[in-house]
Design a protein around this ligand. Sequence first.
Ligand code: AMP
Length: 492
Amino acid sequence: MNPLLSYSKGTSGGKQKWIPKTAEEGERRAFFSCLCDTVLNRSFQGLNDGKALLFVLINPDIHTPGGLVLRTGSESEIKNRKDRYPQFILCEDSNQSLYSQLLCGLVQRDAIVNVGTFFASGLLRIIKFFEEHWQEMSSNIRTGQMSAWITDPNCKRAVSLILSKQMPDLADSIDLICQEKSWEGIIKKIWPRTKYVMAIITGSMAQYIPALEFYTGGLPVVSPVYGSSEAFFGINMKPLCSPYDVSYTFIPNMAYYEFLPIDNHQDPTCTNRKDAHLKDHIVDLANVKIGQHYELLVTTFTGLYRYRMGDIVLVTGFHNSTPQFKFGQRTNVVLSIHTDKTTEQDLQKAVAMAIQILEPLGFFLLDYSSYADTSSIPGHYVLFWELQLRSNDDIPELDQVKMEKCCSLVEQSLDQKYKLLRNQSISTIGPLEIRVVKQGTFNVLMDFYVSQGTSLNQYKTPKNIKSEKAIEILDSRVVGKFYSREVPNQDS
Ligand code: AMP
């Protein structure tokens, strides 16, 4: 039976939501998924001649005091579809589950034609897990015996169907690939028939594009849908386009969509204007205009009325006469001190600019987060960066001058309000700080949030860390602290 409530830790803002659901709603979602598959089949030949390796992770169901089942949207879909897909591995222990899924994917490496998961951040996490466990997996394949710590009956059953004999040749070929020092293009090397990698890579996930491109070795990365726990919105009709150019075509079968125009120069954080005045400006799907930004409102079959998603979309064109949108930005403020409000999008742009200083040295940014440190006066913004070298070498001692330049460039890329507050004679905001954390830190952070009830499938690294425990996790792994040495120039 379908659960009647779905929950989500929300977006990178991290606010938990409970959303009503019905059985019909589940069917509409299923229709959406079929539509996506149709588009993919049209773009890639031969998908039916192989298998998809789709990594899914589930949490235990939660029961409300009244007895309703609470599940995340992705979990509902998976659990409802499990009868149609007997090869699904449903196990609530994420380590055993991921290990078993990877092991099955390795044994069948020549059959796999596409690899994917829900969000790009999740796929990077899976690659890291593989990096930590490939030797053990290869030894399992060599001996035909699964590791003893895999005790979950679902995992054991699924793996034993696939790993039924010793396969030393396969183990040798996996060893050869994984022993290479750099893991550049590892997905293509391990699964040579893969035609594409599937993961959402737009919006806040765009920060992971360079890291994902590194591991996929030039395979197309397909960002198939734009959806949420509230409703699905659109599908990507051009799966082969660059991750930077993805537009979604709205499919109006799940909700009634309305759009609140946002002045292209307007501070998106001003969307907290009084609702009474807003309704005069709302337009429906048929009346949106190309080049205009809108905040998305949904009225759903399950009872939400003009619900503000908090997502900003930009109209980019039409597919036939259906509007297409680029995922714009989120209205959520991630950093705030005094009157400054820095949005997730502003921060992401600033970080993308600053990391260019380190790219020629072979670094890419695996993940980042931030918080406003107001424990001293004036308060200042702190960014946590996890860096990785393309060569896979350990991170060397970082060049102080270059790191300070990164701090200044982040500041320089933030908006005028920030620069003004930094420039005041008695400055209201202190120099921005970057704390570089050791490798694996953001995985530990993810584990922490998952232990607090976040679904691994829908996990998005919070960009505004509020939890003291989470800050403690990051702080205890800091390997270098750097501060901006320049006051940002207000004229640029
Ligand atoms: P959730 O309710 O946990 O599924 O999160 C839904 C949110 O994820 C949306 O409101 C978006 O902010 C984000 N999201 C979903 N799909 C995409 C996408 N294709 N690109 C960027 N962000 C997305």
